[in-house]
Design a protein around this ligand. Structure first.
Ligand SMILES: Cc1cc2nc3c(=O)[nH]c(=O)nc-3n(C[C@H](O)[C@H](O)[C@H](O)COP(=O)(O)O)c2cc1C
Length: 137
């Protein structure tokens, strides 16, 4: 089963999760500026909330790589406790991309909030999530 990991990050929080997931699935996590070069069965896609939405780079990535995505598996960090799944699903639906209803989410450090998050526990949980996905999808 072909698997890839992509992420968008501004301050590094989502990359930490991306790297944890990538280690677990035996890949290297790459930024969304790196397009998919072939069809993948599972794409782990990491994003965050900025001003109540996802960055345009994430939207563009889904749009431009839609044909190469079997199932999109969302993971995200934010300060509010709100994941990006709804936003991702909305974009994915526009381009006919299947999105797994299960996702991984954890807090990400922002300003004075959630210092040191994601922490080791978050990263361990992300790895467990990745294992479960690979087992069940
Ligand atoms: C400019 C800016 C806007 C943000 N807006 C939100 C927001 O609307 N909702 C939220 O939950 N978190 C918000 N955050 C917090 C980020 O989602 C959080 O720090 C996240 O972990 C950042 O991930 P990154 O380090 O991968 O970029 C914002 C952060 C920044 C820098």
């Amino acid at each position: 089963m072909k698997t890839e990991v992509r992420y968008f990050t501004k301050s590094g929080n989502t990359k930490l999760v991306a790297d944890a997931i990538a280690t677990e699935v035996g890949k290297i996590a790459l930024p969304v500026s790196e397009p998919l070069t072939e069809y993948v069965d599972i794409l782990f896609l990491g994003s965050s909330m900025y001003k109540f939405t996802i960055d345009k780079a994430v939207t563009d990535f889904i749009k431009e790589n839609a044909q190469n995505i079997g199932t999109l598996v969302n993971f995200s960090t934010s300060a509010s406790g709100k994941s990006t799944l709804k936003k991702i699903k909305k974009v994915a639906n526009l381009y006919g991309v299947n999105v797994l209803s299960e996702e991984f989410y954890c807090f990400g450090h922002f300003w004075i909030f959630h210092k040191n998050r994601p922490d080791q526990q978050d990263l361990n949980n992300a790895k467990i999530f990745a294992i479960e996905v690979m087992r069940n999808v």
